[in-house]
Design a binder for this molecule. Structure first.
Ligand SMILES: [Zn+2]
Length: 149
């Protein structure tokens, strides 16, 4: 496995990261800065991208202590589905291994569900698990009333 790059959650990736990852990682990373009150990621949490000869790109999060995962991630998905996939992988890891509920639905106790926008292949949104309704674009959790959610 060859590490291609690591970079801060909401920073633009370095030039050797395929351009397809840039916007999805930046948007999900921005939402990762928006954790429930009292919760925090391990210090120095960063994106990590590596490459396996037979399985392609592995994307995930890492930090000096604790936090670490990388999962096969196909950069050639359309941007909306790719953003939803990256958000889902981060959410699964944070829920399962860091015991961190991210992001939670305002007014409910459940997690929001990431999904590609069926009408716009470039976008993905967070949905309420109960109503199924899209609530906010992935990357925009800090906007408006979501800032307090
Ligand atoms: Zn809800």
């Amino acid at each position: 496995m060859r590490t291609i790059a690591t970079w801060p959650l909401d920073a633009l990736p370095p030039a050797d990261v395929p351009v397809e990852f840039h916007t999805p990682c930046t948007r999900v990373g921005r939402d990762l800065r928006h954790l429930p009150a009292g919760a925090r990621l391990p210090d120095g949490a960063r994106w990590e991208l590596s490459e396996e000869p037979w399985s392609g790109f592995l994307l995930g999060l890492g930090s000096a202590r604790g936090l670490r995962y990388t999962l096969e991630t196909d950069p050639y998905l359309p941007p909306g589905p790719l953003t939803a996939l990256i958000a889902e992988q981060a959410q699964d890891h944070l829920t399962g291994y860091e015991f961190l509920q991210w992001p939670t639905c305002p007014g409910h106790v459940h997690l929001l569900v990431p999904a590609a926008d069926p009408d716009d292949g470039a976008r993905a949104r967070w949905h309420c698990r109960r109503s199924g309704r899209p609530l906010v674009r992935i990357g925009d959790l800090s906007a408006g009333p979501w800032a307090k959610a």
